[in-house]
Design a protein around this ligand. Sequence first.
Ligand code: GLP
Length: 235
Amino acid sequence: MVFIKAKSYEDLSKKAATIIAAQVLKNPNSVLGFATGSSPVGTYKQLIELYKAGIVDFSGVTSFNLDEYWGVPITDPNSYYAFMHEQLFNHINISEDKIYIPSGIGDDCCKNCAEYEQKIKEKGGVDLQLLGIGRNGHIAFNEPEEVFSVATHQVKLTEDTIEANARFYNSKDEVPKTAITMGIGTIMRAKSILLVANGAEKKEMLEKAFNEPVTPSNPASVLQYHNDVTVIFAD
Ligand code: GLP
């Protein structure tokens, strides 16, 4: 486990983007795992800069996103599909057919979940997974539970997460109540993990996740069991 204290959010973002760029430089065909939320936005901005400067080429990269709201089509501006295209994909040379985001629509969510999990396997697994952390310790949309989830699955979002994500909507009532997410097992199978956390509230969550016993009631704590985790945080 490597902990890096950044001087500011910008510094955090530059450091995180550098680690991702280094992964792509070492292996241009890397499978990257991307995250949504506000924490990685600066990292994406810096990755775009590195791409524009000709330092990193994403043409061989395959990407898998952690999660998507259930019942939300890709045309919805609040979909994570739209978020990722706006914040990153539209500005770099990743090929559209190498972008995978769980599908939030369909008649059979379990089928979507199984297909997504299978696709990750087919591509050889995620080389580097970027993560944020929710204010209740959730990673992706894995909320505090009694057991760790093994694979991509459908989740019911907690009131706390709905409230936290209400800032992207006109009101809390508009926030989707369920989502499709990689499981804790899916995330733990990534070869390396990079977690970015910004602000005092997140620092507290990090301390709980990494200094207290591993428990599914604090999902991020499971990362203590991964052998290649880098955490970058700024107060
Ligand atoms: C959402 C995402 C998570 C993200 C979390 C925290 O719930 N599904 O992947 O880590 O938000 O977001 P933020 O970085 O905005 O605090």
